[in-house]
Design a binder for this molecule. Sequence first.
Ligand code: HEC
Length: 156
Amino acid sequence: MEVKINLRAFLSLCWLFLLLIITLFVSAFMWPNVPPEEHLSDSEETTIPLGNSTSDFDPGQISEGKVLFRNNCATCHNKNMKDDMTGPALGGITERWEDFPSADLFQWIRNSQALVQEKHPRAMSLWKEWDKKPMTAFPNLTDEDLTALVAYIERK
Ligand code: HEC
């Protein structure tokens, strides 16, 4: 008799447990649909995005950067951003330049030799590490172009 009651209690406990699991499952699947994240839209105001999360770049910038990269940089820099070619792999540049004002990285791309002449520490170490192989200057690239290039380079 006692055994039977316990079995019944056990079975109803099992039911409760199953219900709990179903509830957890359902809420786990519903959860991501509840609060839509909308922080992507306010990134347009950022002209110099260095130091911000790279997820703030919008897809338009990235595809603009891709075209600029293909036309200007791809002969020397690998488009996979991971392997060195004539020039170093560019992936992670924002981190490697994070100790300096973001304008320094832009200036490097526009005219790396000017920064070497100024004895900028990052420019000097690149210059030495890469056997004094000069990078082409791109004085015509605007801040927007360079922002797009960085967005493409650091895309995830
Ligand atoms: C003629 C080959 C050449 C071209 C074209 C070129 N680069 Fe470079 N780049 C180099 C070399 C070589 C270095 C290494 C430093 C040095 O020797 O001047 C370098 C270094 C860099 C660095 C520094 C990387 C770091 O780790 O800090 C950045 C950023 C960079 N290039 C961006 C660009 C971008 C953006 C373009 C296109 C707009 C471009 N480069 C086009 C050859 C090139």
